[in-house]
Design a protein around this ligand. Structure first.
Ligand code: PEP
Ligand code: MN
Length: 362
């Protein structure tokens, strides 16, 4: 015990100085760790390097001369390391390429002379392309009512391997032909990294489905093309995971990412998924990418789509996606959630009233 102190206040002054020295060292340590981020790949390198952590703890234990036990030293430093790792993760998020920097405007992409990210748009069409006649029936009505973006799946990610898997390349040809016929922009899903090149030949916008948001080889492949990618949020993905998925595409050089909220899995049984409406303004704060909302897959039913579309536009979505089929009861997939073309037209007409605050009575 030091004997040089003549009073407790005098000793406490040294303790206070010691605290401040510790604080400035911890801050210095955190700043050094954050600087190390510039040497790490944003997508592939974890901020946490377990081997390095073990090494540092071993050095500290070796230098420990008491009065703390080795375990206590490990516990103190692991606490410091963990807080610094948290800081590094926060910092990394703000340096992602998809992250909106201060003053960055909303991104607008141009596709065949049509814009996405500017005025709110509708993306509509059947769940799956089933025949040319089926897609033509829908596209014709959509186009007559001002819809430019035509969706339709040729590769369907089905829960059962025995369910209809889509028409494949034949479906893509149908989509291309019908979209050309009506001057529309085509949107279709790609599931396999090996098909990206082929799908990009036929379609204008390539969609990544909810089940493939974590398919990193697919995302990397999409980073190499020069076409917009509509990336759906994984149904159990956090927004951070969603943004990292987008970062895979952007890191490859393709900056044209459209983020799509399509509902997440919760305990609710009344809807197929739960539409996480708050993700829209949050994503818009975090990134400049256009954010759209797929109300059909979120709801899994048709009777509440109108208010959901209105809600999506009200919170700043740049577009909505809806499934439309000429005869939903016989649709080969998602029969319960598809609108007829007539129902779609009615919905679109009613949305204006919603937005103006004149809710139609049921
Ligand atoms: C789709 O849009 O066709 C689709 C399968 O949607 P999700 O990936 O959101 O389920
Ligand atoms: Mn569907």
């Amino acid at each position: 015990m030091p004997l040089k102190y003549r009073s407790l206040p005098e000793l406490r002054r040294d303790i206070d100085t010691c605290n401040l020295e510790l604080l400035s060292l911890v801050i210095k340590r955190a700043k050094l760790a954050i600087s190390a981020l510039q040497f790490k790949d944003k997508v592939t390198d974890d901020v946490f390097d377990p081997e390095r952590q073990l090494e540092m703890l071993a050095t500290l234990v070796k230098a420990n001369q008491g009065p703390f036990s080795d375990d206590t030293i490990v516990s103190i430093f692991r606490g410091i390391f963990q807080h610094i790792l948290d800081l590094m993760s926060q910092e990394r998020k703000t340096t992602l390429k998809v992250h909106r920097k201060q003053g960055d405007p909303d991104q607008i992409y141009e596709i065949n002379g049509h814009k996405i990210g500017d005025q709110p748009i509708y993306i509509a069409g059947p769940c799956a392309i089933e025949s040319e006649e089926q897609l033509d029936n829908v596209a014709k009505v959509l186009r007559q009512h001002g819809v430019i973006f035509l969706r339709g799946g040729a590769f369907k990610p089905r829960s059962s391997p025995y369910a209809f898997q889509g028409m494949g390349e034949r479906g893509l040809k149908v989509l291309r032909d019908v979209a050309h016929r009506y001057g529309m922009v085509s949107v279709t899903e790609v599931m396999d990294p090996r098909s990206v090149e082929m799908v990009a030949i036929y379609a204008d916008v390539l969609q990544v489905g909810t089940r493939n948001m974590y398919n990193y080889p697919l995302l990397r492949e999409l980073g190499k093309i020069d076409k917009p990618v509509l990336l759906k949020r994984g149904f159990s993905a956090t927004l951070d995971e969603f943004l990292f998925a987008a970062e895979y595409i952007v890191a490859g050089g393709n900056y044209q990412v459209i983020l799509c909220e399509r509902g997440i899995r919760t305990f609710t049984k009344e809807t197929r998924y739960t539409l996480d409406i708050s993700s829209v303004p949050l994503l818009r704060k975090m990134t400049g990418c256009p954010v759209i909302v797929d109300v059909s897959h979120a709801a899994g039913r048709t009777d509440i789509l109108e208010p959901l579309v209105a809600a999506a536009f009200a919170v700043g979505a740049k577009g909505v996606m809806l499934e439309v089929h000429p005869c939903p009861p016989v649709a080969r997939s998602d029969a319960d959630q598809q609108l007829t073309p007539e129902e779609f037209v009615k919905l679109k007409d009613n949305i204006h009233s919603y937005i103006m605050g004149n809710l139609p009575s049921d």
